[in-house]
Design a protein around this ligand. Structure first.
Ligand code: NAD
Length: 499
């Protein structure tokens, strides 16, 4: 059985805790490797080495650091096929989707090449007599990132790119369900010239996470995953005096106005609802058509599109629209929620429960589901299903539709389909959700903007990537200096004014 360990001080290192987790190939439902789960001692030793390595890396000029990242981007492009294959085999997503996962991480790395510019401080000449005032951004030291299974390439890069570009050392604790790609990224970073110890990849579970949260050498923690864990990490990390940002779960709505182009909206719902088997934090899982006529026409357009979806293993190439979900437990949870929807009175218009793929009977495949007449108290509406299940909640008016989204506990992303500019503008202004799409189904901001939800989808002040990431991974220092030093003003006990 293949054993996956850690990446410490520039080398693959076997785990010493004696604890392991199974890593599946979800398409065939078989264990393909086991991954080591780090002990607190392993995590702490790797952190001490990282703190030592950070001193030199933090003092390396930002342009040199950016060059390492530039080279890494080249290597990522060189190895794209190999990375996508490894990613799909552990996650289950199709190869084109895996390449999209890598590409959206790569774009953040490209943004990080701008570190010399992004790290420039501010300067005020002659703020007072002989006085100049300036600020500088300095690395926080050692930062850690705890990442989910559903984007095994993109999210580790969203974390490590800005952290490293800012001169920090970085401890990456990837998902134990998809650990191979993060280790491959670390190898490429070394090949690109990153000094040993600056990036450590420590595999593990709650034990490793708790060790991160309690380690005094770690100054900042970035987390992406489900909301209960996000809340836990935010609370414990902050209580330990760390800078923490946590991004949690989602229940993204798409509101379809009567004037919308319904073919465009239906196509968008198919991609955003069923792509990656619904295992995206920006997936649309709730369709809110406004008016019964819009709802009836939308459902009519969705059914044939859903029935045409091809579900299968990533090895089938372009013949597949989406693959299996990540584990048998994830599949069981999705099917349990589908049953709850039926029991609570929703109408199952497309039933994917009995989906079966010849030759892949043990794979974790879930057929596509479409519910109509879902109401807001049902579990399928309140909970994140994280599977290929789209719920339709009918609204009588625009106000009722946005009210549903505003009242939902999650606020990651949302989309509106309309041809009316007034409605679109009002929507963008009033909605209490972090990322908005107007006639765009999955409004994931590009690398140079920032990514983050509202309400229970995000904890902390700053977003991921873009300029916010450079704020999160640096501390600001403001210097007031007077030259020549010999100016004599006499002693004053008053609070000094610059005039
Ligand atoms: P998860 O919360 O189960 O795991 C995320 C990370 O936390 C993993 O590294 C895992 O090892 C660790 N972890 C798990 N249980 C823990 C515990 N009890 N204590 C400490 N650490 C623990 O999430 P997942 O299933 O890997 O990912 C799917 C979730 O991530 C979904 O809810 C999805 O919406 C969310 N997500 C959010 C965003 C975003 O930007 N908001 C992006 C991607 C995924």
């Amino acid at each position: 059985m293949k054993e996956i360990g850690h990446w410490i001080n520039g080398k693959h290192v076997a785990g010493t805790s004696g604890r392991f987790a199974d890593v599946f190939n979800p398409a065939i439902g078989e264990v393909q490797a086991r991954v080591a789960l780090a002990s607190p001692e392993e995590l702490n030793a790797a952190t001490t080495d990282a703190a030592r390595a950070q001193v030199k890396w933090g003092a390396t000029n930002p342009q040199r650091r950016a060059r390492v990242i530039m080279k890494f981007v080249d290597l990522l492009n060189r190895d794209m096929d190999k990375l996508a294959e490894a990613l799909s085999s552990e996650h289950g997503k199709t190869i084109p989707d895996a390449k999209g996962d890598i590409q959206r991480g790569l774009e953040v790395m490209e943004f990080c090449i701008g570190a010399p510019h992004l790290l420039k401080g501010e300067f005020t000449d002659s703020a007072g007599p002989g006085i100049d005032m300036y600020s500088m951004r300095q690395p926080i030291g050692v930062a850690a990132g705890i990442t989910p299974f559903n984007f095994p390439a993109m999210i580790p890069m969203w974390k490590m790119g800005p952290a490293l570009a800012c001169g920090n050392a970085f401890i990456l604790k990837p998902s134990e369900r998809a650990p191979s790609v993060p280790l491959m990224l670390a190898e490429l970073m070394q090949e690109a010239g990153l000094p040993d110890g600056v990036l450590q990849v420590i595999n593990g579970d709650k034990t490793a996470v708790d060790a991160i949260l309690d380690n005094p050498e770690i100054a900042g923690v970035g987390f992406v995953g489900s909301t209960p864990i996000a809340e836990y990490i935010y609370g414990r990390g902050c209580a330990n005096g760390k800078r923490v940002q946590c991004f949690g779960g989602a229940k993204n709505h798409m509101i379809i106005m009567p004037d919308a182009d319904l073919d465009q909206a239906a196509d968008a719902l198919i991609g955003a609802g069923y792509g990656a088997a619904g295992e995206r934090c920006m997936a649309i899982s709730v369709a809110v058509p406004v008016g019964d006529e819009t709802a009836d026409r939308l459902i009519e357009k969705l059914i044939p599109r859903i029935e045409k979806l091809k579900v299968g293993p990533y090895t089938a190439g372009n013949d597949v629209d989406y693959g299996p979900v990540v584990t048998a437990a994830a599949k069981a949870n999705i099917l349990k929620l589908v049953e709850s929807g039926i029991a609570q009175g929703a109408k199952l218009v497309v039933d994917g429960r009995n989906f079966n793929l010849q030759g892949y009977e043990d794979g974790f495949f879930v057929g596509p589901h479409l519910f109509d007449h879902v109401t807001t108290e049902m579990d399928i509406y309140r909970k994140e299903i994280f599977g290929p299940v789209l719920s339709t909640v009918r609204a009588k008016s625009y106000e009722e539709a946005i009210g549903y989204a505003m009242d939902h506990e999650y606020g990651n992303g949302i989309a509106l389909y309309t041809r009316d500019g007034d409605t679109a503008r009002d929507f963008a202004n009033r909605i209490n959700v972090g990322m908005i799409g107007i006639n765009v189904p999955i409004p994931v901001p590009l690398a140079y903007h920032t990514f983050g939800g509202w309400k229970k989808s995000s904890f902390g002040d700053l977003n991921q990537h873009g300029p916010d990431a450079f704020r999160f991974y640096t501390r600001t220092k403001t210097i007031t200096s007077r030259w020549p030093s010999g100016i004599k003003e006499g002693a004053s006990l008053n609070f000094r004014q610059m005039d």
